[in-house]
Design a protein around this ligand. Sequence first.
Ligand code: RTP
Length: 150
Amino acid sequence: MAMERTYIMVKPDGVQRKVVGDIVGRFESKGYQLVGMKMVQPDRSLLEDHYDSLKEKPFFPKLMDYMSSGPVIAMVWSGKDVVATGRKMLGATNPLDSAPGTIRGDYAIDVGRNIIHGSDSVESAEREIGLWFTDDELMSWQDHSHDWVY
Ligand code: RTP
């Protein structure tokens, strides 16, 4: 069984629009385990590291402005196939293509205000978790509730 961790981040628009509780609730209801969470006002160097692969994209400066415009909620969720399933729960990057029922499909219209980030692979999840969290901010507690999920 692929037990994984993923990095999920409610972006500044999601915090301002007060959908944090709903997003946390969706991951909890699905059966995933929260192992780390904090509110952060990210500085540009952290955001540049996080979005390093997009540095050459024309939208990169706008993305930096957007992501540094307010606090974000940084989270680490753990569970079976949580990276791929988390991306499904988020919906497509462009909310116009996101299915209703997904987070972006339910809350967003514009790709430049798409509410949430989720790691796109196990490797990028581990890289992003290392960028946003120190080891002592991540819990390793025994959650037996997943015995009732899988
Ligand atoms: P994310 O990293 O935020 O979860 O998004 P993603 O993998 O689904 O998409 P990615 O291509 O990595 O893009 C990162 C974020 O950049 C913004 N974006 N703006 N054409 C545009 O203006 C444009 N394209 C992408 C979005 O906020 C996207 O989530």
